[in-house]
Ligand binder design. Sequence first.
Ligand SMILES: Cc1ncc(COP(=O)(O)O)c(C=O)c1O
Length: 390
Amino acid sequence: MHSEEWISSILKELESQSLDRHLIVRPEAGGKIHIDGKVILNFSSNDYLNLANHPVVVESSIDYVKKYGCGATASRLMSGTLSCHKELEKALAELKCYPAALVFGSGWLANAGTIPVLVERDDHIFADKLVHASIIDAIIMSRANFHRFNHNDAGHLAVLMNKCPAKGRRLVVTESVFSMDGDIAPLRQIADIAVKYNAMIMVDEAHSTGIFGSNGSGLVRELNLESLVNISMGTLSKALGGYGGFIACSESIKEVMINKARTFIYTTALPPAVIGSALGSLKVLKTNPELGKTLLNNARFFRERLNEAGLKTGSSESQIIPVMVGNPAKTLELSRELAGKNILAVAIRPPTVPAETARLRLSVTLAHTQEDMTRAATVIAECAREKGII
Ligand SMILES: Cc1ncc(COP(=O)(O)O)c(C=O)c1O
């Protein structure tokens, strides 16, 4: 087949399954978007704490650009480690209550770089069936034996670990708050099993950092599991409203990553603007320790309104609330209808979520008022009813 024909056959196949994806340009980011005097309620933003445009965060970012310039100009191991990188790593280690932290270019790069250092060919990795794509890709890159345990099922993890040959290192990976379901992993049980079978533990806290735990330290900290969880991974791009990723860990794990993690070594260090914005967000969290709790209360309010209106929200216990539809074409239709009513709720379809579990993934942010959420729940339920979804 001619290469052009082959490329268009890929797109046609995606379209025929309602799995095609398109970029839609928006004039601004965050939980509310203003277009031509209209306000769009954006339930597809990860700016949970409304910090992306917070004046303290914006000012901090500008200050760091003025002080350090626009680019780090080299990779971290060349001349790209600036004093602001050290300052942020110190602040992140303190937030997470770990001895050290190491910043990567993004959350994706933090997972992709860290996991293949911890496990290699002939080792074993145990991961929840619903972990994020960045973890799956990291596992593939590591070439370790991959054991998938049923979602949030610590008992199944124990069965798999018990069956696993003794040879090789073992690593258990899960998320604390799941990105597409908003439910919470049984971290204590998972940690106990990992310890029993002599495995390392890594927890992806992309969606709990900034929200759970004191000052947004995350769920590992809230549950006092730092001494059992070897690596707490986080991102600066969601609740912190900026960009970049990191791991919190021991000094020795940090040193090993500096020497071995390919996504840390072979790329330019994050620019001062994003380091400044992350430090600004951490400052806001410190001075407003109630932000995460307020968000979780608002999320509970929204879930209650959605459930009262007849919508199912799975087992969400966080600011991420799935509205389950199942069929990708119906999910797309619903999402498009809502867009026409100034509600942005992007359709999440396979392969991001398993087959037949297409959904709207709603994320609550501090930009949303109770009135916004009440209206959105009513409109989403009306549209879902019209389309025979509920
Ligand atoms: C659970 C999880 N881990 C990692 C990432 C990657 O983080 P980043 O967007 O900072 O690359 C994401 C983001 O989509 C995520 O949801």
